[in-house]
Design a protein around this ligand. Structure first.
Ligand SMILES: [Zn+2]
Length: 239
């Protein structure tokens, strides 16, 4: 495998040398706009919004997903955004933001709840050396973890039950359910809890992590709550 990878890298090196020598004025010498890494929270957010707009419109370009992109980040990665979302099979960050290999750090838990290793993984991306300029906390409509927690709290307000260690997820979301006023429309209520939970995760994260709090205070990083719509594909930004 090492030999194959080395051969592929050597081949790719030959090709770029050949194209540089053969056509100095070729546009391939200038990296496309998407090859420039966003450095500020505003630039990173704009890039995510552009990618989501392409995805919603059905005109995704699937950047950085070919063999060349794969080889380019073997020795060094420089992701420019971090997304913490739900494990739901319909909410894949690279797909819905139309990004590729080496672009995003991602963490996912049911309901996007936090735990120690998840917070440590976020600090890995936000701290030195990566200093990722934006962290999105991404909830989504119709979240199963939120739906299950709403049902468990309705059955037992103070001690909601769930099988196995799923109860750890329910315990994280239950306080948000208890303080969110019920609505007659159940689906609308679930989505209301999703929004509240997403904002709550941002607040909890900033309380919990000095590394992330310091990065935000210094203006290096922005932590942004957002909700993905399963049907339209649209990401709604909550701040
Ligand atoms: Zn979910």
């Amino acid at each position: 495998m090492g030999g194959l990878a080395a051969a592929a890298l050597a081949l790719s090196g030959c090709q770029s040398q050949a194209s540089a020598a053969g056509a100095a004025s070729s546009s391939s010498a200038t990296p496309p706009p998407d090859a420039v890494r966003p450095k500020t929270p505003a630039e990173a957010l704009a890039r995510l919004k552009e990618g989501n707009a392409r995805f919603v419109a059905g005109s995704a370009i699937h950047p950085n997903q070919d063999a060349e992109a794969r080889h380019a980040v073997v020795e060094h990665q420089e992701p420019w955004a971090q997304v913490h979302g739900c494990v739901d099979s319909r909410v894949s960050p690279e797909l819905l933001f139309d990004q590729g290999i080496g672009d995003l750090f991602t963490t996912r838990t049911a309901g996007a709840v936090l735990d120690d290793t998840i917070v440590g993984s976020m600090e890995f991306g936000i701290g030195s050396p990566y200093e990722v300029p934006v962290l999105v906390i991404l909830g989504h409509t119709g979240c199963g973890a939120v739906t299950a927690t709403v049902a468990a709290v309705e059955a037992n307000r103070e001690n909601p039950a769930a099988p196995g260690e799923v109860v750890d997820i329910v315990d994280e979301i239950a306080p948000v359910v208890r303080r969110t006023k019920p609505l007659d429309d159940k689906a609308a209520y679930i989505d209301e809890v999703v929004r509240a939970n997403t904002v709550s995760v941002v607040d909890a994260l900033l309380k919990r992590s000095k590394i992330i709090r310091d990065a935000v205070a210094a203006g290096r990083t922005k932590v942004v709550p957002a909700v993905y719509d399963l049907d339209t594909g649209q990401v709604t930004w909550l701040s």
